[in-house]
Design a binder for this molecule. Structure first.
Ligand SMILES: Nc1ncnc2c1ncn2[C@@H]1O[C@H](COP(=O)(O)OP(=O)(O)OP(=O)(O)O)[C@@H](O)[C@H]1O
Ligand SMILES: [Mg+2]
Length: 260
């Protein structure tokens, strides 16, 4: 059987990645992930999955997948989670909260002026973090286009190294920002369609989903957090040069806050 081996420098990171995958397949049993064939010190051997990385043409379908995953995870477990705390599931796996680690990293990036043309000030970031504390919990699994393998109509999710709690829409924002940074500006209507498709899942079950304004804020979080990787990982376009205009417009208009 063809396999794919991933190496780890630290046993703790390897164990966490395996635990993340086990948790995800528990809350999203219908989502394809590679079977773990073998674990060795410093290595996880997975079955090899055929497929290509995701691209702009996959955005709306992947938004649907993420919306479905997050909504299922919420109703199975995360209804009990708070975004400002870590969440332990089954006494075995702990997902880090959304706020503490990100606050520190965002503060560092914004005060060291390493973020080109940020659309959020440090104070605005703090406001959004505080607001997030009261939002329903979904998760962040680093939805960059290299962490999906697309094979016809079948999409597999791979790479379980990062998994934290996050608001609804946050991992979709990661997909939009990282796809833009990889492939260049997206059609603005496609981004809106992706957000609508994503929101169809939580909203059909009575959850608020993610407003345009929240989505725009999470895009700016990812801009700050991903900007240091520009020029690596296939990231050729800065979000500040390619972001859809409506995302910055909506952040400048506080009175749109209550609009869907
Ligand atoms: N089970 C698998 N079958 C086939 N290819 C795989 C598999 N797992 C990973 N890959 C390939 O290896 C790449 C890197 O894997 P992974 O995302 O787990 O590592 P990474 O260190 O996060 O790399 P990156 O920063 O590029 O995402 C994937 O984008 C994919 O092309
Ligand atoms: Mg990866």
């Amino acid at each position: 059987m063809r396999t794919f081996t991933k190496t780890y420098d630290h046993p703790l990171l390897q164990q966490r990645s395996l635990a993340h995958q086990a948790w995800l397949t528990g809350v999203n049993p219908d989502v394809r992930t590679p079977r773990v064939v073998e674990q060795r010190p410093g290595e996880i051997v997975y079955e090899h999955l055929d497929g290509r990385h995701a691209g702009p043409a996959d955005l709306v379908a992947l938004a649907g997948l993420l919306g479905r995953q997050h909504t299922a995870a919420y109703f199975r477990e995360l209804v009990h989670a708070r975004l400002d705390a870590s969440f332990t599931s089954g006494g075995t796996i702990t997902l880090d909260g959304f706020i503490d680690g990100r606050r520190e990293r965002l503060r560092h990036l914004l005060t060291s002026e390493s973020v080109p043309e940020p659309a959020l000030t440090l104070e605005a970031v703090e406001g959004w973090l505080q607001k997030a504390a009261g939002m329903p919990a979904a998760f962040y699994k680093d939805a960059n286009p290299r962490n999906f393998l697309v094979n016809g109509a079948i999409v597999a999710v791979i790479d379980f190294d990062s998994l934290t709690l996050a608001p609804f829409g946050y991992d979709l924002a990661k997909l939009v920002v990282s796809t833009t940074m990889t492939s260049g500006p997206l059609v603005q209507e496609t981004v809106q369609e992706a957000l609508d498709t994503y929101n169809g899942h939580p909203r059909s079950r009575g959850l608020p989903g993610c407003t345009r304004r929240e989505f725009a804020a999470w895009c700016e979080f990812h801009h700050a957090l991903t900007a240091p990787y520009l020029g690596t990982n296939g990231y050729r376009f800065g979000w500040h040069t390619a972001r859809p205009g409506w995302t910055t417009d909506v952040l400048r208009q506080p009175d749109e806050e209550l609009a869907p």
